[in-house]
Design a protein around this ligand. Structure first.
Ligand code: SAM
Length: 173
């Protein structure tokens, strides 16, 4: 698909109110109208992809038919407690493959992405590169994330399925 043909993928953010709202990248996206923000867990649409750092399956282009992408904006200290609670919901849990953070808090650290980085990486992998650039353009370090990860993101976006993603990831780790 060329960028001109891209149809926006719906983005959902469940905000657990565990971070400083002034520094929260998800809240900033909501201020720009780039994400549907909810503080009620039951509002997360079923069958959307839930970006879960602990999920067994990696996100791949084979997930492009799912109903939107959901990020759970919580503290990293709470991740291991909060995500297992969501397993009862009908969501497709997916982890992102090896990518390096470019945000000022975790710059250079693999896997530990902010909400906006996680959304942008997913959009890129699912073929919505223009939408990924649009959301990152609201952050002064946003372009750096896409630049720093350009090579793996391009490769991941050409992958066939989750297994293929893991094969590509192993070349970067
Ligand atoms: C833990 S919160 C932290 C948000 C941070 N306070 C902010 O301002 O962006 C980041 C969320 O992005 C998603 N995420 C980040 N890195 C991920 C990864 N490697 N795999 C899957 N999801 C990831 C998850 O939904 C995760 O809960």
């Amino acid at each position: 698909m060329t960028p001109a043909e891209e149809k926006d993928i719906k983005l959902f953010l469940y905000h657990a109110k565990q971070c400083d709202p002034k520094k929260c990248t998800g809240k900033k996206m909501a201020r720009f109208g780039l994400v549907n923000l909810s503080e009620k867990i039951e509002r997360i649409p079923s069958r959307s992809i839930l970006l879960d750092p602990m999920a067994e399956k990696a996100l791949s282009p084979a997930d492009s038919s799912k109903k939107g992408i959901t990020v759970l904006d919580c503290s990293w200290e709470e991740v291991e407690r909060v995500f297992p609670q969501l397993l009862r919901m009908r969501l497709e849990h997916r982890a992102l493959p090896y990518l390096v953070a470019a945000n000022p808090v975790n710059f250079g650290r693999p896997f530990k992405l902010t909400s906006v980085e996680a959304f942008a990486a997913s959009l890129y992998i699912l073929g919505n590169k223009k939408q990924a650039e649009t959301i990152m353009s609201k952050f002064n370090w946003g372009h750096t994330f896409l630049e720093l990860n350009h090579e793996p993101l391009e490769e991941y976006s050409q992958a066939k399925d989750s297994k293929d993603i893991l094969r590509i990831q192993s070349e970067y780790m």
